[in-house]
Design a protein around this ligand. Sequence first.
Ligand code: ZN
Length: 252
Amino acid sequence: MVPVLTAALGHGVVAGFTGRAGGTSAGGYAGLDLGQHVGDDPLAVAGNRRRVAAWAGGPVVFARQVHGTRCAVLPGAGDPSPDPFLGDLGEDDGGYDALVVTAPGHPIGVLVADCVPVLLADPVAGVAAVAHAGRPGLLAGVLESVVRAMTEAGAQAERVRAVLGPSAGPCCYEVPSAMRDDAAARIPATSASTTWGTPSLDLRAGCRQILRTLGVGDVTSVGGCTVEDDRFYSFRRSPVTGRFAGVVMMVG
Ligand SMILES: [Zn+2]
């Protein structure tokens, strides 16, 4: 049952998105909740993370995400190394919203419940990455940050493939009109309307616009709107909720 959706990022790259199926969390978190700081039982989340590790071939490193733009490059000398089942990278130093990995055998993940989980890889360079692109991080430049870190690690933007995972769609992601206007001033493609005709944001369209501007060679999407698809966690649908993940790893 792990993952719900797989993603094709090229030869030697394993990538996919988890859902709610296959986990042991209960209540509003029911299912495969992977978020260690959302109010769920930490041991249940640790058990769920072990199930994902069994699929990924090793413990998945997640970061404490803060809707910012900082990017950590792994593996690195002197990395803080929390227990990946019970803790997140960057818990003690301000958090990260993107991770880059430059060696095979190190799964990395991004946790979401409506924000856009972005997985990226340049299989030729052997560089993979994840990014957490909610409204604040996208507008602040988290995708610029992660692509810059990938190229500094040897990737070439035109070789990079990116996949955008399930997230709140423009159909449902209603925002005040001033918020839509602010986002559109920076990233015009984000401007959208809900199915009932009110202002909304299309974060995936915004991600595509930024990634194309950065020269990323291939950008695709998998999955639909998390608010409407109860295979996934959605904060908009239920404020007490877990987190699903996008996971990527280079193999051998
Ligand atoms: Zn929707």
